[in-house]
Design a protein around this ligand. Structure first.
Ligand SMILES: Nc1ncnc2c1ncn2[C@@H]1O[C@H](COP(=O)(O)OP(=O)(O)O)[C@@H](O)[C@H]1O
Ligand SMILES: [Mg+2]
Length: 320
């Protein structure tokens, strides 16, 4: 199937004021976002933020309490059967048969959806995830990463124009993660739209745009670099007498000239060091978790107050 042209006027996904309550638990509290056709879009947030709930609403397998979800021009709930032919969904926990081989899993899955040229498609997707040689081994002999690859193959089986991947690289080793990202970029180049969730910052950096979600609310949707530039940059002026001044700027490219002119660019200033926070620090300070972990957003427990943008400590990045 040829995907529709990547025009900003017709988004791949449009979510408006989406709310989902599970009894007394508000999983989504009015989330709004738009995914453009042809982009790699990342939903970034800690455990329990509402990522899976939002993804299930996009796939039409969860009924929202309120709000609207439009996917490829269809109402995600009402038109879910029509939509299912056009989107590929990789759930957070692979839904595969352990006693069956990848080939059998894909056959079973493909027949359920009446896939055209099923054998050819299976060959193609198993080749894509580099598991063609293992196609007949039962799944229970596979590692976690191999299962993830079979699960990705399932999502790709119908050559969907929109791929929805719920933490596709969770528990996957670094080498395989690179492979997955190579696949994502390749799919993007073929005009596909990719929507994925993650709690890993190095992955957020690879997305075209990122939505940060916390406690069921979208805090910001922007390109990763634009989010990063919202962090407060620390500027250290080292003076001739051995003293130093530390200044902070929200948008340092604009503020730096004014700040320096305050010093009259005197010969007294010997050295200027600029330290920009990385994306992880900025996002962590947004969601109120100031201490940076090992590249991962930490679990949060609901409505703990934000840390108020406290400058986090991290490896300095110097531009001398
Ligand atoms: N079926 C459910 N019943 C009750 N609460 C749920 C259910 N699914 C999710 N939740 C709650 O909704 C919130 C969001 O969960 P989820 O969407 O799974 O977050 P994430 O995928 O970001 O970890 C959490 O507080 C979670 O406990
Ligand atoms: Mg989840």
């Amino acid at each position: 199937m040829t995907p529709a042209a990547a025009t900003p006027s017709s988004p791949a996904v449009s979510i408006e004021a989406l709310r989902k309550d599970y009894g007394a638990i508000r999983a989504l509290g009015g989330a709004t976002l738009t995914v453009r056709k042809g982009e790699v879009f990342g939903l970034v947030g800690p455990n329990g933020a509402g990522k899976t709930t939002l993804i299930k609403a996009i796939c039409g397998i969860l009924k929202p309490t309120a709000g609207r979800v439009t996917v490829l021009g269809f109402d995600a709930g009402r038109d879910r059967y029509r939509l299912r032919r056009r989107l590929g969904y990789m759930p957070q926990a692979p839904a595969l048969y352990e006693d069956l081989s990848p080939y059998e899993n894909l056959t079973f899955f493909g027949k359920g959806y009446r896939t055209e040229d099923l054998r050819g498609r299976i060959r193609l997707v198993l080749g894509f995830v580099e598991l063609w040689d293992r196609r007949d081994d039962p799944l229970h002999t596979f590692s976690g990463g191999m299962r993830q690859r079979v699960s990705l193959a399932c999502a790709l089986l119908r050559d969907p124009e929109l791929l929805i991947l719920d933490e596709p690289t969770a528990g996957v080793d670094p080498a395989l993660k690179q492979t997955f990202w190579r696949h994502f970029q390749e799919l993007k180049q073929r005009g596909r739209t990719i929507f994925l969730s993650t709690n890993m910052m190095e992955e957020a950096m690879r997305c075209d745009r990122v939505a940060v979600i916390r406690a069921g609310r979208i805090l910001i949707t922007e390109a990763p670099e634009a989010i990063r530039s919202r962090g407060r940059t620390e500027i250290t002026l080292e003076l001739a007498g051995g003293g130093r001044r530390v200044e902070e700027a929200a948008a340092y490219a604009e503020e730096l000239p004014r700040l320096l002119s305050g010093y009259g660019l005197s010969s007294e200033v010997r050295r200027i060091r600029i330290r920009r926070p990385d994306l992880e620090e900025v996002i962590l300070s947004m969601i109120g978790q100031k201490e940076a972990g090992a590249g991962k957003v930490k679990t949060h427990t609901g409505d703990d107050p934000p840390a108020g943008g406290t400058a986090p400590s991290a490896t300095p990045e110097d531009h001398t």
